[in-house]
Design a protein around this ligand. Structure first.
Ligand SMILES: C[S@@+](CC[C@H](N)C(=O)[O-])C[C@H]1O[C@@H](n2cnc3c(N)ncnc32)[C@H](O)[C@@H]1O
Length: 293
């Protein structure tokens, strides 16, 4: 059963990328989240260009206007801008810090003239950005207070025949071997069990929500990303991710597991996350391509 009530969706919007949305999204937390989003895109990000191509397969014409909903650091916005050179991309987020980063990256990638950033809290309402041909919501729909209302807004904002693509992480990214050579084997599994129980990164099956909002599902797909060979920044990504997990699970994990996590997160240790050669990086996503009929 993947369906959660709206209450659940709102209560447990801890995201695999980070935490803190809704209960004080302070500067420290946003900086941490931004770093994590960029590392995620760097390490697992090959899928973003594939996804942008997939959007092209489902979009009816060459899109002229694309909205990125909860754009974060804009890794999706940039992939879409690369894929659709004739389109203006409107990156929407409530966080000024995230939008600043998008401005800088758009400049670096030479697409600043086609990147519009819009600061808006989507819990308050849909911003007046005009009609769009494509809307993209990656790891963001489960974070808003009322996803069904937002889906209705998106339906209205899309031109007839327009495409909405929703992407969510399935499960949590995995980095560690079962046996770390210290502590009890299975540490990552035990962390994930606790996080799943806390609905960390929980999202429902969006299909019935999309259909209720008047969309027709064009395709649903699962994407598994297995970064092989392991990219150079895998250790930094694992470190950023596991330190958030550590913060969240402090007091819940057995003391021995917390010790092992501390050890992994202490960079000077020869078998710390930054130094060990046996990390893997695996993640998976589900994506729904839905058309406004
Ligand atoms: C987990 S991040 C995902 C970012 C990006 N889409 C990605 O996949 O890398 C979720 C983003 O949604 C934004 N967000 C969450 N709730 C929002 C709201 N009510 N209004 C606008 N943005 C929101 C956050 O600021 C954050 O940047």
């Amino acid at each position: 059963m993947t369906q959660h009530s709206r209450h659940d969706t709102r209560q447990h919007h801890e995201h695999g990328h980070g935490r803190g949305h809704g209960h004080g999204h302070g500067h420290h937390d946003e900086v941490g989240l931004a770093e994590l989003l960029d590392l995620d895109a760097e390490v697992l990000g090959s899928y973003l260009d594939d996804m942008a191509e997939w959007v092209g397969q489902h979009a009816l014409d060459q899109p002229r206007s694309i909205a990125d909903i909860g754009a974060g650091t804009g890794r999706g916005s940039l992939a879409l801008a690369r894929q659709f050179p004739a389109a203006e991309v409107i990156a929407i987020d409530r966080s000024a810090a995230m939008l600043d980063r998008i401005r800088v990256s758009a400049d670096e990638e030479g697409v600043a003239d086609r990147m519009r950033v819009v600061q808006a809290d989507l819990d308050v309402g849909w911003p007046a950005v005009g009609a769009v041909d494509v809307a993209w919501a990656a790891s963001s729909l489960h974070e808003v207070a009322d996803p069904d209302r937002l889906l209705g807004d998106l339906h209205d904002a899309l031109n007839p025949g327009g495409l909405l693509v929703v992407v969510e992480m399935d499960g949590l990214p995995r980095f560690l071997p079962d046996d770390l050579g210290r502590g009890r084997p299975g540490l990552e599994l035990r962390c994930h069990e606790l996080l799943n129980r806390a609905n960390w990164n929980a999202h429902p099956d969006w299909r019935p929500h999309l259909e209720r909002a008047g969309f027709e599902i064009a395709e649903q797909r699962s994407i598994t990303v297995d970064a092989n060979p392991v990219p150079p920044n895998a250790g930094r990504y694992a470190r950023a991710y596991l330190s958030r997990i550590h913060e969240f699970l402090d007091g819940q994990l057995p003391a021995e597991d917390l010790d092992t996590l501390d050890h992994l997160l202490t960079d000077d240790n020869p078998d710390s996350l930054l130094r060990r050669p046996d990390l893997t990086v695996r993640g998976s996503r589900t994506a729904w391509a839905a058309r406004r009929t």
